[in-house]
Ligand binder design. Structure first.
Ligand SMILES: NC(=O)c1ccc[n+]([C@@H]2O[C@H](COP(=O)([O-])OP(=O)(O)OC[C@H]3O[C@@H](n4cnc5c(N)ncnc54)[C@H](OP(=O)(O)O)[C@@H]3O)[C@@H](O)[C@H]2O)c1
Length: 183
């Protein structure tokens, strides 16, 4: 079984994804979309992996950590010990190797890359990249962390399971976009 990488992110008009270790906005329905996409599996006996950078892990409020009903893997160059909350791997290839060579192999359905910046970049450049689910938040927010440039050979595709068109919450418009690599 070759593991594919699904990315999920939300970025605002100026390309930002974060500020001061948190999201620049608070959009409950967008957060629910994230939770639903990263949690749901076709096979009820399997779970999805959420793969994230060390800072994104630290940004999740303690009460929501690890992200529930998902297998949490944190990328770090350090030898972090996160106990039974999360596995720690040194790179995306080593995380994929870890999944495919451990007991997780038969328990994992999808791998979701959930940020931050350099982890998204490495995942989009990976031969295992499959899809990018990018919520375009149609407003400017002050940010200190940005989504990397989307490669020129990515094309927008449709996924009928995803709400279509402009969504709105608290007067903020946003749209769910999906990209694949042109073959
Ligand atoms: N809007 C969104 O969709 C979204 C999603 C996620 C995060 N965010 C926001 O983004 C910010 C955090 O993201 P960030 O970009 O600053 O940090 P990050 O990518 O979550 O974490 C960076 C750290 O992860 C490790 N790392 C990154 N790439 C790696 C790789 N390819 N291989 C191995 N380790 C790697 C390194 O850890 P070590 O230093 O320990 O080696 C690095 O210092 C927060 O504000 C958060 O709220 C937003």
């Amino acid at each position: 079984m070759e593991l594919k990488l699904n990315l999920i992110a939300a970025a605002c008009e100026n390309g930002g994804i974060g500020i001061n270790g948190r999201l620049p906005w608070s959009l409950k329905s967008e957060m629910n979309f994230f939770t639903n996409m990263t949690t749901k599996t076709k096979n009820i006996n399997k779970k999805n992996v959420v793969l994230m950078g060390r800072r994104t892990w630290e940004c999740i409020p303690k009460k929501y950590r690890p992200l529930e009903n998902r297998i949490n893997i944190v990328l770090s160059s350090q030898s972090l010990k996160l106990g039974d909350e999360a596995f720690v791997c040194k790179s995306i290839p080593s995380a994929l190797e870890f999944i495919s060579k451990s007991d997780l192999k038969d328990q994992v359905e999808n791998v979701w890359v959930i940020g931050g910046s350099n982890v998204y970049k490495a995942a989009m450049e990976s031969p295992n990249f499959y899809r990018l689910y990018l919520t375009e938040v149609k407003k400017h927010f002050d940010c200190d962390t940005y989504f990397p440039k989307i490669p020129d050979d990515f094309v927008a595709v449709e996924d009928l399971n995803v709400p279509q068109g402009i969504q709105e919450e608290k007067g903020i418009n946003f749209e769910y976009k999906i990209y694949e690599k042109k073959n």
